[in-house]
Design a protein around this ligand. Sequence first.
Ligand code: IMP
Ligand code: MG
Length: 174
Amino acid sequence: MPERIEVLLSEDEVDARIKAIGEQISRDYEGKEVHLVCVLKGGTFFMCELAKRITVPVSMDFMSVSSYGNETKSSGVVRIVKDLDEPLKGKDVIVVEDIVDSGRTLSYLLEMLRDRGPASLRLCTLLDKPDRRVVHVDVDYTGFQIPDEFVVGYGLDYAQRYRNLPYIGIVKFD
Ligand code: IMP
Ligand code: MG
């Protein structure tokens, strides 16, 4: 029996929230340029929509990481599968993520990027599951805090599917 998807956040709700975050970032970075760093693949849909809503000059770069070991091994060490094309030195960087779950990947990643000497480094996530946090991560911009459910859509996948859904849905297996 295939899984079914239950809508958690509608397309309109997600769009409205991204617009609001875009406006907030545009205010916060007035007179500056922002360099958006997308964590592939989940962050792509969110970053593209967000970038369209930012009115200060924007540049973008992409990176892909994978965790070492399995889920139960909580080293939090990540391997860079695809690194950024450009240096971060002196740039006002915002890392754009789909979701912060345990926080392991991001705390490691942020530390690694901080070592590259950006002028500033902030984190923007579409979704946050605070109940699941194992490692503390400072999130500067959050789309929505959601309950501890497995969600898909807007870049998030279940076995590489459903990334293209224009809303956020909960995967149900009943
Ligand atoms: P963590 O914060 O290090 O645990 O890792 C977060 C990553 O796990 C995200 O970037 C997603 O790729 C994946 N992930 C966590 N929760 C979900 C979910 O509900 N749906 C799809 N992917 C998820
Ligand atoms: Mg991700």
